[in-house]
Ligand binder design. Structure first.
Ligand SMILES: *[C@@H]1O[C@H](CO)[C@@H](O)[C@H](O)[C@H]1NC(C)=O
Ligand SMILES: *[C@@H]1O[C@H](CO)[C@@H](O)[C@H](O)[C@H]1NC(C)=O
Length: 369
């Protein structure tokens, strides 16, 4: 591959990627007895990074216009979209707070700590090799920050209340896309070592360990997002098909995502059965997003195969900037840039998760009560 292309791919993916977490929501959760989450704690990649990358050295940044164009106050916050992300919507639906601050933000108040923060970092993944490419905070390091957070929370509210807050928190985890894109498809480092099935299993083993660590630290309610249709990300279509007119979803990447998702769902239900008093729920991002792609008019979308920023084929992170032409109405687009969904798409995703994921978090089998 030409060095320029490699550079471009790296640059692009630095910013990366997708995916999605999940949630809950709406009327059921906020009504009386069910408003039982104390806080929102968030781990993963750019799909759920509310600004941690503003405080580290990386090119994966969404801290400049036009990012944040439709965020309250129209300010770029480091979120990789035009507006809010799924964790913000969830915190808000739960009646906890309107937005979830990044842990690295200086001067967080005790109230911020008590109601939860995000440890996620754009460009991150479960595989530490992914962040060697992107410069992001790997999930393993996010866990170290979480331990620091627990200490700060204890200092603020005492050990006993800190424990209650953590046990009652909704933990949202969304990552994985960068691992496949930066280590397997576009930059094939891991392909020398693993075939696709083995690499999926390698990542799932990392996730399983991560779940165990969170459980040991007191977390009990986890929602873990699966992969989106990776082959339909504008950047993946652009890289696969040389001619713009030939661009379409990359079917083998979508197939890989679906297989991985089935394995993930199975793993999570096994882990939940093993870990007493836990709720460990799989959140599907694939079905809702592919539905948006197949039936755009249902959602008011006029374009689902390119981003709103620039021509939408490759622009992301530093390439989506103040001098890039940007579409007028981002709500007509599924993608904000060549990788990340618009706030509208996240909103519809939440609506889907509300129906699919929420009930599983709320209803406890009697064996656990
Ligand atoms: C991956 O490699 C394993 C071990 O060599 C093999 O059993 C499996 O069939 C391979 N899977 C794929 C999808 O190539
Ligand atoms: C933007 O697009 C959305 C979705 O198609 C539509 O509902 C809304 O009215 C549009 N807003 C403006 C200002 O045109």
């Amino acid at each position: 591959m030409a060095p320029v292309l490699v550079f471009l791919i790296i640059l692009i993916h630095l910013c990366v990627i997708i995916f999605i977490p999940a949630g809950c929501c709406g009327s059921i959760l906020t009504s009386g007895k069910n408003s039982k989450f104390t806080a929102v704690l968030v781990f993963g990649d750019s799909t759920v990074d509310t600004g941690n990358n503003n405080y580290i050295v990386t090119v994966a940044k969404g801290d400049h216009p036009p990012y944040g164009r439709d965020f309250p106050g129209h300010i770029p916050t480091g979120r990789f979209s035009n507006g809010k992300l799924v964790p913000d919507f969830i915190a808000s639906f739960l009646g906890i707070k309107d937005t979830v601050p990044p842990f690295l933000e200086p001067g967080l108040s005790n109230k911020d700590l008590k109601t939860g923060v995000a440890f996620a970092s754009g460009g991150s993944g479960y595989d530490d090799l992914t962040t060697v490419v992107s410069g992001a905070i790997p999930v393993s390091q996010q866990l170290k920050y979480f331990k620091e957070y627990i200490q700060r929370l204890r200092n603020a509210v005492g050990d006993k209340d800190a424990e209650k807050i953590i046990a009652g928190a909704l933990v949202i985890i969304s990552a994985g896309t960068n691992d496949f894109i930066l280590n397997f498809y576009d930059i094939p480092t891991r392909r020398l070592e693993f075939n696709i099935s083995q690499y999926q299993d390698f990542l799932l083993a990392r996730i399983s360990d991560f779940v165990s660590e969170l459980y040991k630290l007191g977390c009990r309610k986890l929602v873990i997002a699966g992969l989106p249709p990776m082959g339909c990300l504008p950047i993946q279509m652009t890289l696969r098909f040389a001619e713009i007119k030939d661009r379409k979803c990359v079917e083998d990447e979508n197939m890989d995502a679906q297989i991985y998702n089935r394995k993930l769902a199975k793993l999570l239900s096994e882990r939940q059965a093993e870990l007493l008093q836990s709720k460990i729920v799989y959140a599907d991002a694939y079905e809702p997003l592919i539905d948006m792609i197949h039936h755009p008019q249902k959602y008011g979308f006029v374009d689902t195969d390119r981003g709103c920023c620039g021509k939408g084929y490759i622009e992301v992170g530093p390439l989506c900037n103040g001098i890039t032409r940007t579409c007028e109405n981002a709500s007509e687009y599924l993608f904000w840039d060549a990788i990340h969904p618009t706030e509208s798409a996240y909103y519809y995703l939440i609506k889907y998760l509300e129906k699919q994921v929420l009930p599983q978090l709320l209803f406890h089998p009697t064996s656990q009560t």
